[in-house]
Design a protein around this ligand. Sequence first.
Ligand code: SAM
Ligand code: SF4
Length: 340
Amino acid sequence: MDTQQASARQLVDQFGRVHDYLRISVTDKCNLRCVYCMPAEGMQFEPEERHLTDEQIVEVVTVLAGLGVRKLRLTGGEPLVRRGLDRLIARLSAIAGIEDIALTTNGMFFAPQAERLREAGLTRLNISLDSLRPDRFSEITRGGDLAKVLASLEAAERTGYDPIKLNVVLMKGRNDEEIDDFLRMTVHRRLHIRFIEYMPIGHSDAGWKAGYVPLETVLDRCRAMGMAPEPAGDVYGNGPSRNYRLSGAAGSFGLIHPVSDHFCATCNRLRLTADGNVKPCLYWSDEWNVKPWLGDRSGLEELFFRAIGQKPETHEMAKVLTGEDASRLPTVRRMSQIGG
Ligand code: SAM
Ligand code: SF4
């Protein structure tokens, strides 16, 4: 969709970006404590009664669908910790205008639900998988069981999800020596590995700087393995990823580099937190709560236009690397609270 075609009823910001994609955090809770996402202990979760109900999420999405939102991603926290996610998906997929519903999951609870979620209307799937070594996987996720996640991946392949994307957050000294193993996974399986730069969200500290790896490292590894990556275009749906394929491979891989080379100019995303805040940008603290406007369609529309109208041109994650001051207030929420 280009800006020229956008009608007044679409969510177009002051930089001409059309917003047709909503990421919904259905819970801030999680069964894991990944090192880049949450502290080991002491994480404060919202009481469940503050979470939007299914009914309220459906209402918000219905209004947004009327303003041109077409794609949804359910995330969290761990979305499969929320009871009855299949019922929510079925209701969301019945909303006029919604064309695509994706899920980002840590994969621990997915296998037994693979078919049910697909029947409910789930169209696309991302599984987070930061290591292929059981000990290291458990260390990064602080308690995750690699065997369960691999079983979920196989269940997803058997059930016919396509595309299946694997999210890999690269971290120095933790999993950056596994790049080759991840790349090899794409040779015979129709998987798309998304290498993601470690982002300084809600905890911009020295720990982040020490772990950050620029994603050009992946292309360097390919060359070192004697494999020239071929550009693969946007083979697997929308997104900001630069995609490649190893020659003759069934699958592909992509680089998502929000820090070293941001893709804000083409950002089409809005976020909705579990407690009902609309966030036009992942990075900044600006957010607007929908709860006072539930039951009032034009009030909700006003709120979304206000949020979009104040969306900044870009985030400033890279300034954390150089130590420069940010031009406004970065969020103190963690990724699990925003919906990564
Ligand atoms: N619990 C689900 C999962 O892990 O897939 C969904 C929520 S999680 C917050 C969504 C994605 O954000 C995951 O792929 C995770 O790896 C990524 N993520 C979390 N913190 C991050 C960070 N600081 N930098 C980059 N990606 C991050
Ligand atoms: Fe949980 Fe996902 Fe955050 Fe890991 S990345 S702690 S699985 S929400």
